[in-house]
Design a protein around this ligand. Structure first.
Ligand SMILES: [Zn+2]
Length: 95
């Protein structure tokens, strides 16, 4: 077995935890808490080498990892979200 990859059951748990963290982030209105949940989810992803699903990846800023709460706009087939923390523009392909 590849020493770098974790057993399947651990990966499953890691994915479930990421799910829970993003659900909690969605529930709260507190920005500090939302950013904390994103941070934790990313750490789990890194530790277990699991990818954070794209539906979750578009919920936080790819530059500063702040949870995105600003309005989403659709521009030329891309979902565009401005980050209120670092002022950068996040673009995601939208089908
Ligand atoms: Zn940002």
């Amino acid at each position: 077995m590849d020493r770098r990859s974790k057993p399947a059951w651990q990966l499953k748990i890691a994915k479930e935890r990421i799910d829970i963290l993003f659900k909690e982030a969605q529930k709260t209105k507190e920005k500090k808490l939302q950013n904390r949940y994103v941070e934790l989810a990313r750490k789990i992803g890194m530790r277990y080498n699991v990818k954070i699903e794209s539906k979750y990846r578009r919920k936080y800023c790819r530059y500063c990892y702040a949870y995105l709460t600003s309005k989403r706009r659709l521009v030329k087939g891309n979902l565009v979200v401005n980050c209120i923390d670092c002022k950068k523009t996040n673009r995601y392909p939208y089908k």
